[in-house]
Every structure is written in structure tokens, then in C-alpha cells.
Ligand binder design. Structure first.
Ligand SMILES: [Zn+2]
Length: 77
């Protein structure tokens, strides 16, 4: 018996692979810090918000550019 070098989990076989670390490695891509990290939906909402903000900025920039390009033209009034 030995303890895992990484997480300290007790491993029955001396040359055995730590089950906790093996599972953590397989899940490392989707959840970097499973216990302490923020929930997944929060990340999705954050990126959704950033995307919405970017879309609004692009829309405002487009409207501003259109208004500026129309500016020199004589008004219809
Ligand atoms: Zn381990």
C-alpha cells in the first residue's frame, strides 16, 4: 500500500494507478477545478453575456457608421 504522490489517496497496489487522479485527468478538460470552481452554467452565461455585449457594440458601431455616412447628405426635411 502507498499514498498517491499527487492527492494522497491510499492506493492498494504499489504500482497501481491512483483512481482519483486518473478520473481527475479525464475530467480536467471540462472542469478544471471540480470542487472549488464555479458551476458550468455560470461559465456559459458569462460567455453568453460577453457575446451579447459584443453584438450590441457591433450594432452600435454599425448604426454610428451609417449615421456618419448619411451625415453629409442633405436632409429630407
Ligand atoms: Zn492521486
Amino acid at each position: 500500500m502507498k499514498n498517491c504522490d499527487h492527492c494522497g489517496t491510499l492506493i492498494l497496489e504499489d504500482n497501481g494507478e491512483c483512481p482519483f487522479c486518473a478520473e481527475a485527468m479525464s475530467h480536467a478538460v471540462e472542469t478544471f477545478a471540480p470542487s472549488a470552481g464555479p458551476p458550468k452554467w455560470l461559465k456559459v452565461v458569462k460567455w453568453l453575456f460577453i457575446g451579447l455585449l459584443a453584438a450590441v457594440l457591433v450594432a452600435v458601431a454599425a448604426v454610428t457608421w451609417i449615421l456618419n455616412s448619411l451625415g453629409p447628405m442633405p436632409s429630407f426635411g
